[in-house]
Design a binder for this molecule. Structure first.
Ligand code: NDP
Length: 246
């Protein structure tokens, strides 16, 4: 028996990067795993195939996190196909790095719609189906607590919102034994934040370990807070940043 045997997990934005690593890790832990994605159906299918090849059960559903009707349909499909819902990982998120004064209102809306409204709406829909003792995990960011760099003003504000959403929600669903936690990554090598290039140099230098993190290192933290071992941890912010915010 693995620690998530007989559990069903949904990872939003699970086709690439951190979300794909989380999906694969939760499947290794024994969960049946559903992922959502916005555009790249081939990447989502590859994650499903990898999980199935390893002996697991997986499902990919297209649902832009900013499209509440699509998110609702995705959750209905997960529950009707996999039978239940025990773990929600709100991973889908985006950044549009540029100086605030050059950022358009449309760009601000997009970041808010995915990173905040999408997280609220997905969690709201998931809670209707989530079993008692469930787990809700947000993927926030170190910049939700400390403004490490210029160029991420709306993004940082959305991740701060995710932090307080986590803490506030934990007060409401604790009576059902549902925990709500926020994993806050530092610089992780993905398409969103590649470890190569000029943008990466100051981020790497700002960490205590002098390196980017790997998506699997975030997945390990999510695996822990999703597990029975973390039953008394709720409303917490778990920073996994190589010491960037130390
Ligand atoms: P990537 O851009 O590498 O991957 C994003 C994933 O989310 C893809 O699977 C993508 O699918 C999906 N996605 C993107 N937009 C949407 C959307 N609107 N609706 C549904 N799915 C979507 O990002 P990361 O893996 O780097 O980031 C994942 C999370 O981690 C985000 O919340 C991010 O803010 C956070 N984070 C990342 C850090 C980093 O350094 N990488 C640091 C701190 C936090 P598709 O290809 O189909 O669009």
């Amino acid at each position: 028996m693995n620690k998530l045997t007989n559990k069903v997990a949904l990872v939003t934005g699970g086709s690439r990067g951190i979300g794909a690593a989380i999906a694969r890790r939760l499947a290794e832990d024994g969960a049946s795993v559903a992922i959502t994605y916005a555009r790249d159906g081939a990447a989502a299918a590859a994650v499903v195939e990898a999980i199935e090849l390893a002996g697991g059960k997986a499902l990919a559903v297209q649902a832009d996190a900013a499209d509440v009707a699509a998110v609702n349909r995705a959750i209905e499909k997960v529950v009707s196909t996999l039978g239940r819902l025990d773990v929600l990982v709100n991973n889908a998120g985006t950044a549009i790095p540029k100086p605030f004064e050059e950022t358009t209102l449309e760009e601000m809306d997009r970041v808010i719609d995915i990173n905040v409204r999408g997280v609220f709406a997905t969690t709201h829909a998931a809670l209707k189906h989530m079993n008692d003792g469930g787990r809700i995990v947000m993927i926030g960011s170190v910049v939700g607590e400390r403004a490490v760099t210029p160029g991420l003003v709306p993004y940082a504000a959305t991740k701060a919102a995710v932090k307080m959403f986590t803490q506030a929600l934990s007060r409401e669903v604790g009576s059902r034994g549902i925990t709500v936690n926020n994993v806050q990554p530092g610089p992780i090598d993905t398409d969103l934040n590649p470890a190569s290039g000029d943008w990466a140099v100051p981020q790497k230098a700002a960490t205590a370990l002098n390196r980017y993190g790997r998506a699997q290192e975030i997945a390990a933290a999510v695996s822990f807070v999703a597990s029975p071992d973390a039953s008394y941890i709720t409303g917490s912010n778990l920073t996994v940043d190589g010491g960037m915010n130390a």
